[in-house]
Write a protein that binds this ligand. Structure first.
Ligand code: RP5
Length: 177
């Protein structure tokens, strides 16, 4: 398998999900993990969905991130057809604010799990996918540990800015950004 074979498959029901899914794409880029992006609708292109889910592991994909909104059947149906781990991203919706998507994705029956992240939180889906890969890739694991350290450091820096500036000035500066 060449090094640029995608390890993470990022699929979504519509191109209208793409702006949300940029969060997962950005994480793959940040960790230099190869990924592929595909629009696959459980309802509009069901046969394509079946084909993708059945063959992803044969093409070298290790984790699938599947996003959908409303009657969000894509993640669960893909999970039922693949031996790979599937991470579901509920897309926020106009009428029900993504509660419909969340419930559709998270309430899977015993035996067919989908690891569901918060509504719209594609960044966490990307991170979870990277962490799954990292469990068998020491270099990637080190990158994940560095990411955690950087994230803790950024909180500490914010705290020290609050202490130096005071809360009111801190808020005023943030509002200027
Ligand atoms: C779902 O229907 C998609 O995942 C999308 O979130 C939602 C709306 O799709 P469009 O009507 O914007 O194509 O299948």
């Amino acid at each position: 398998m060449s090094s640029n074979t995608p390890s993470i498959g990022i699929i979504m029901g519509s191109d209208s999900d793409l702006p949300t899914m940029q969060g997962a794409i950005a994480i793959c880029e940040e960790f230099s993990v190869e990924y592929e992006v595909a629009i696959i609708s459980a309802h509009r292109t069901p046969e394509r969905m079946v084909d993708y889910a059945k063959t992803a592991h044969q093409r070298g994909i290790k984790v699938i991130i599947a996003a959908a909104g409303g009657a969000a059947h894509l993640p669960g149906m893909v999970a039922s057809l693949t031996p790979l781990p599937v991470i579901g991203v509920p897309i926020s919706t106009r009428h029900l604010q993504g509660i419909d998507s969340l419930y559709s994705i998270v309430q899977m029956p015993r035996g067919i799990p989908v690891a569901t992240v918060a509504i719209g939180n594609a960044k966490n889906a990307g991170l979870l996918a990277v962490q799954i890969l990292a469990s068998s890739q020491p270099e990637l694991l080190q990158q994940v540990q560095q990411y955690r350290q950087d994230s803790a450091q950024s909180v500490l820096e914010k705290q020290s800015r609050i202490e130096n500036l005071g809360v009111k000035q801190y808020l005023a500066n943030n509002n200027d950004d």
